[in-house]
Design a protein around this ligand. Sequence first.
Ligand SMILES: [Zn+2]
Length: 166
Amino acid sequence: MSRPPKSRRVEFLPRLTYFKPAGVPLRELEEVGLTVEELEAIRLKDLVGLEQEACAEKMGVSRPTYHRILASARSKIAEALVGGKAIRVEGGNFQVVMRFFRCQKCENEWELPVGQGCRGELLCPECGSEEIVRADEQGRPLFYRHNAQLVEEEETERKTEAVQQE
Ligand SMILES: [Zn+2]
Protein backbone atom coordinates (compact mmCIF):
# COMPACT_ATOMS: atom_id res chain seq x y z
CA MET A 1 0.00 0.00 0.00
CA SER A 2 1.48 3.34 -0.97
CA ARG A 3 0.81 6.54 0.89
CA PRO A 4 -0.58 9.42 -1.14
CA PRO A 5 2.28 11.82 -1.91
CA LYS A 6 2.56 14.89 0.30
CA SER A 7 1.25 17.97 -1.45
CA ARG A 8 3.79 20.54 -2.51
CA ARG A 9 3.59 24.17 -1.56
CA VAL A 10 3.11 26.46 -4.52
CA GLU A 11 3.21 30.27 -4.46
CA PHE A 12 2.27 30.83 -8.06
CA LEU A 13 -0.78 29.84 -10.04
CA PRO A 14 -0.45 30.47 -13.77
CA ARG A 15 -3.08 32.65 -15.39
CA LEU A 16 -2.34 31.18 -18.80
CA THR A 17 -2.34 27.42 -18.82
CA TYR A 18 -2.19 26.48 -22.47
CA PHE A 19 0.73 27.12 -24.81
CA LYS A 20 0.38 26.13 -28.42
CA PRO A 21 2.91 26.23 -31.24
CA ALA A 22 1.80 28.33 -34.22
CA GLY A 23 1.16 26.64 -37.54
CA VAL A 24 0.30 23.17 -36.32
CA PRO A 25 -3.20 21.94 -37.23
CA LEU A 26 -5.18 21.03 -34.13
CA ARG A 27 -5.69 17.40 -35.14
CA GLU A 28 -1.94 16.92 -35.44
CA LEU A 29 -1.17 18.75 -32.25
CA GLU A 30 0.32 16.71 -29.46
CA GLU A 31 0.24 17.87 -25.88
CA VAL A 32 2.64 17.73 -22.98
CA GLY A 33 1.08 17.97 -19.53
CA LEU A 34 2.98 20.07 -17.02
CA THR A 35 1.75 19.98 -13.43
CA VAL A 36 1.41 23.16 -11.41
CA GLU A 37 4.22 22.11 -9.06
CA GLU A 38 6.50 21.39 -12.01
CA LEU A 39 5.93 24.92 -13.24
CA GLU A 40 6.61 26.23 -9.74
CA ALA A 41 9.87 24.25 -9.60
CA ILE A 42 11.01 25.84 -12.88
CA ARG A 43 9.90 29.29 -11.75
CA LEU A 44 11.81 29.17 -8.47
CA LYS A 45 15.03 27.82 -9.96
CA ASP A 46 15.23 29.22 -13.47
CA LEU A 47 13.30 32.46 -13.13
CA VAL A 48 13.70 33.58 -9.52
CA GLY A 49 17.17 32.03 -9.41
CA LEU A 50 17.06 30.37 -5.99
CA GLU A 51 19.43 27.59 -4.97
CA GLN A 52 17.95 24.10 -5.09
CA GLU A 53 17.96 23.87 -1.32
CA ALA A 54 15.90 27.06 -0.99
CA CYS A 55 13.52 25.86 -3.73
CA ALA A 56 13.00 22.55 -1.94
CA GLU A 57 12.33 24.35 1.32
CA LYS A 58 9.85 26.74 -0.26
CA MET A 59 7.92 23.86 -1.79
CA GLY A 60 8.06 21.82 1.40
CA VAL A 61 9.81 18.83 -0.18
CA SER A 62 13.17 17.11 0.22
CA ARG A 63 16.03 18.03 -2.09
CA PRO A 64 15.88 14.77 -4.06
CA THR A 65 12.14 15.21 -4.53
CA TYR A 66 12.62 18.77 -5.68
CA HIS A 67 15.34 17.66 -8.06
CA ARG A 68 13.03 15.04 -9.51
CA ILE A 69 10.19 17.56 -10.04
CA LEU A 70 12.56 20.06 -11.67
CA ALA A 71 14.13 17.45 -13.97
CA SER A 72 10.70 16.26 -15.05
CA ALA A 73 9.57 19.84 -15.73
CA ARG A 74 12.63 20.67 -17.82
CA SER A 75 12.38 17.49 -19.84
CA LYS A 76 8.70 18.09 -20.62
CA ILE A 77 9.35 21.67 -21.73
CA ALA A 78 12.26 20.50 -23.89
CA GLU A 79 10.05 17.84 -25.41
CA ALA A 80 7.41 20.44 -26.28
CA LEU A 81 9.87 22.91 -27.80
CA VAL A 82 11.80 20.34 -29.80
CA GLY A 83 8.82 18.26 -30.86
CA GLY A 84 6.49 21.20 -31.56
CA LYS A 85 3.98 20.12 -28.97
CA ALA A 86 1.52 22.16 -26.94
CA ILE A 87 1.97 22.55 -23.19
CA ARG A 88 -1.00 22.27 -20.91
CA VAL A 89 -0.46 23.26 -17.29
CA GLU A 90 -2.90 21.56 -14.99
CA GLY A 91 -3.34 19.33 -12.03
CA GLY A 92 -0.69 17.87 -9.83
CA ASN A 93 -0.47 17.53 -6.13
CA PHE A 94 -0.10 20.93 -4.60
CA GLN A 95 -1.36 23.45 -2.11
CA VAL A 96 -1.35 27.15 -2.81
CA VAL A 97 0.19 29.15 0.00
CA MET A 98 -2.47 31.68 0.96
CA ARG A 99 -2.34 34.96 2.81
CA PHE A 100 -5.27 36.47 4.59
CA PHE A 101 -6.17 40.14 4.57
CA ARG A 102 -8.60 42.28 6.49
CA CYS A 103 -9.93 45.74 5.73
CA GLN A 104 -9.82 48.02 8.79
CA LYS A 105 -12.55 50.21 7.36
CA CYS A 106 -15.36 47.82 6.34
CA GLU A 107 -14.08 44.66 8.08
CA ASN A 108 -14.12 42.75 4.81
CA GLU A 109 -11.84 39.69 4.85
CA TRP A 110 -10.35 37.86 1.91
CA GLU A 111 -7.43 35.70 0.91
CA LEU A 112 -4.88 35.77 -1.87
CA PRO A 113 -2.11 33.42 -2.94
CA VAL A 114 1.26 34.48 -1.61
CA GLY A 115 3.04 36.80 -4.02
CA GLN A 116 -0.10 38.64 -5.06
CA GLY A 117 -1.03 41.87 -3.42
CA CYS A 118 2.27 43.32 -2.28
CA ARG A 119 1.85 45.70 0.59
CA GLY A 120 1.21 49.27 -0.44
CA GLU A 121 -0.60 48.42 -3.65
CA LEU A 122 -3.43 46.47 -2.11
CA LEU A 123 -6.96 47.85 -1.90
CA CYS A 124 -10.02 46.38 -0.24
CA PRO A 125 -12.05 44.67 -3.00
CA GLU A 126 -15.28 45.77 -1.24
CA CYS A 127 -14.76 49.44 -0.34
CA GLY A 128 -11.46 50.34 -2.02
CA SER A 129 -9.86 51.38 1.26
CA GLU A 130 -6.08 51.24 1.63
CA GLU A 131 -6.29 50.40 5.32
CA ILE A 132 -5.43 46.75 4.89
CA VAL A 133 -3.74 44.50 7.41
CA ARG A 134 -2.51 40.94 7.10
CA ALA A 135 -4.64 38.61 9.16
CA ASP A 136 -4.46 35.04 10.38
CA GLU A 137 -6.97 32.42 9.26
CA GLN A 138 -9.51 33.63 11.81
CA GLY A 139 -9.28 37.16 10.45
CA ARG A 140 -7.32 38.54 13.42
CA PRO A 141 -4.76 41.12 12.38
CA LEU A 142 -1.24 39.66 12.44
CA PHE A 143 0.64 42.81 13.36
CA TYR A 144 -1.84 44.74 15.45
CA ARG A 145 -3.09 42.06 17.80
CA HIS A 146 -1.26 43.51 20.76
CA ASN A 147 -2.63 47.01 20.11
CA ALA A 148 -6.10 45.66 19.55
CA GLN A 149 -5.96 44.10 22.99
CA LEU A 150 -4.91 47.42 24.54
CA VAL A 151 -7.83 49.17 22.88
CA GLU A 152 -10.18 46.54 24.29
CA GLU A 153 -8.81 47.08 27.81
CA GLU A 154 -9.20 50.86 27.52
CA GLU A 155 -12.75 50.34 26.32
CA THR A 156 -13.51 48.21 29.38
CA GLU A 157 -12.01 50.84 31.69
CA ARG A 158 -14.10 53.57 30.13
CA LYS A 159 -17.25 51.48 30.57
CA THR A 160 -16.33 50.83 34.19
CA GLU A 161 -15.86 54.57 34.78
CA ALA A 162 -19.17 55.32 33.13
CA VAL A 163 -20.90 52.85 35.45
CA GLN A 164 -19.23 54.42 38.50
CA GLN A 165 -20.35 57.93 37.48
CA GLU A 166 -24.00 56.93 37.28
ZN1 LIG B 1 -13.12 47.62 2.96
